[in-house]
Design a binder for this molecule. Structure first.
Ligand code: ASP
Length: 355
């Protein structure tokens, strides 16, 4: 009898991923930065280029999730595409520091066990999100910086990417203008081009990741919220997965990503506790998640900061919230939602990819 039970258990464990199960839920949201975007400045060509890049990132992540893959892999797949695109402030196309270098920050978190990895100030790693994930899986640490992080990368077989790879003329010109006209990073960047992704996979696991070059003209080893677990990135299967973009100092002070997750978790726990065992619905509704994200972003605004967040809930709702005029963003779900958008209030329904 015991043997039979063990055999059944084994058969269940070796079931293929629930890719075939039409009821299995997955959800994905991505961002490529928020900011004071002016529709008048957006040429049709630029718009097409940004939407295509967002679409490619969304499709890459959605493909992983639709195929029964892991939330973490979907997050990495989407972020790598945006890191490799010169359009975003992450990987290639990162903003310049005051000293004329590109210093990259990234973080990633697994909602299953809250394992996390992060790096800051790396200059020679093509895809910092992969190094952050290797810190998570291949070290006993969470956060490595600068040369130490690069030494660690070498021990894990990461190739050394020449710093010139990351530099683009547009970003260099922004630094020069910032210096010549004594401007702030916000004046020259107009938008925070940090990239991020959050995902729920078919097994119910959540993950979040964020990658950035920081802010133009940063100096003295300045690090923003993107690589800080709890500020720019957080994932917990009991609450949600969040990735942020914006004026990092304010996001750090509010602890944005963790704050959103904590409020969501408290809401869910309260609903379950109050509804009792017969409750059909102990879950958090999309409107409730939206309310919580908006409330935390209002807190950021109250301190004087701006930017935005993306999140997905265990219930499968992908949510955006931003207090800027726009945020480069996209979302896709197993229920058929597919959209990319740039300015506030718009949502372009995109082509369903082939999966
Ligand atoms: N949050 C990032 C930072 O402060 C900037 C961005 O979102 O683009 O470094």
């Amino acid at each position: 009898m015991k043997k039979l039970a063990a055999l059944i258990a084994l058969a269940l464990m070796t079931q293929p991923a629930r890719a075939q199960d039409p009821a299995a839920k997955w959800s994905l949201a991505i961002h490529g930065g928020a900011g004071t975007l002016d529709p008048a400045q957006m040429t049709p060509e630029k718009r097409v280029a940004y939407e295509a890049a967002l679409q490619a990132a969304l499709d890459a992540g959605a493909k992983v999730l639709a195929g029964g893959g892991e939330a973490l892999d979907a997050v990495k797949a989407a972020i790598i595409i945006m890191e490799d695109s010169p359009l975003f402030n992450a990987g290639k196309g990162a903003v310049f520091t005051w000293d004329g270098t590109n210093e990259l920050d990234a973080s990633i978190m697994d909602g299953r066990d809250r394992s996390a990895g992060a790096v800051a100030g790396v200059k020679t790693v093509k895809n910092p999100i992969l190094l952050a994930d290797t810190v998570r899986t291949g070290s006993e640490h969470v956060f490595l910086i600068g040369k130490g992080a690069e030494d660690f990368a070498a021990t894990k077989g990461f190739a050394v990417t020449p710093p010139a790879y990351f530099a683009t003329p547009e970003r260099r010109e922004a630094l020069e203008r910032l210096k010549a006209e004594k401007l702030s990073a916000l004046d020259v960047d107009h938008k925070f081009g940090t990239v991020g992704a959050v995902a729920l996979d078919q097994k119910g696991n959540l993950a979040a990741g964020t990658s950035t070059g920081g802010m133009t003209g940063k100096r003295w080893g300045r690090v923003g919220d993107a690589p800080l677990i709890g500020a720019g990135t957080y994932a917990d299967n009991r609450s949600c997965a969040v990735s942020a973009t914006g004026w990092g100092e304010f996001f750090i002070r509010v602890g944005v990503a963790h704050e959103i997750c904590a409020r969501l978790r408290a809401t869910r726990e309260a609903k379950v506790a109050l509804a009792g065992e017969d409750a059909e619905d102990g879950g958090v509704k999309a409107a409730e998640a939206q309310y919580i994200a908006d409330a935390v972003m209002a807190d950021v605004a109250q301190l004087g900061g701006d930017g935005g967040v993306i999140l997905v809930t265990p219930e499968g709702d992908p949510v955006y919230s931003f207090n800027t005029t726009g945020m480069y963003r996209g979302r896709a779900t197993s229920a058929g939602m597919r959209e990319v958008a740039i300015f506030g209030g718009e949502a372009r329904v995109s082509k369903a990819p082939n999966h």
